[in-house]
Design a protein around this ligand. Sequence first.
Ligand code: DQA
Length: 143
Amino acid sequence: MKVIIINGPNLNLLGKREPEIYGSLSFDDYYKSLQEKHPHIHLEYFQSNHEGELLDKIHEIGFSFDGIILNAGAYTHTSIALGDAIAAINTPVLEVHISNVHNRESFRHHSYLSAPSKGVIIGLGLKGYDLAIQFFKDSNHTK
Ligand code: DQA
């Protein structure tokens, strides 16, 4: 089973960035714990601050992987192109947000990604990525 975590802009700064919202653990450290917890799946991680690179990665793996866990950061709220990419591929996508975007600024309340995604995990901290992996592991989900 092949699952990829794709993180968008500013998520490379996890651990340093607004720790009161996003926590003080770096994603690299958290990712190591995910690899240890899920040794039997093929897990990959990709991060980019560039919308086009996120699109290219979704196109590259979107017809061969079993699951995509996507935290597109602020592009969630702006990118019709990322929503279209999710709709275009075969691989199911779980949209993840570390913070509860619904108790933050109103511009974070709308997502272009939620409708074409299989589901959404919001506000459970980094644990959301782990729960998303578990979802893909539990059964063979199709789009
Ligand atoms: C975020 C929420 C977004 O609104 C924000 O732009 C981020 C992180 C989250 O994981 O809580 O960069 O996606």
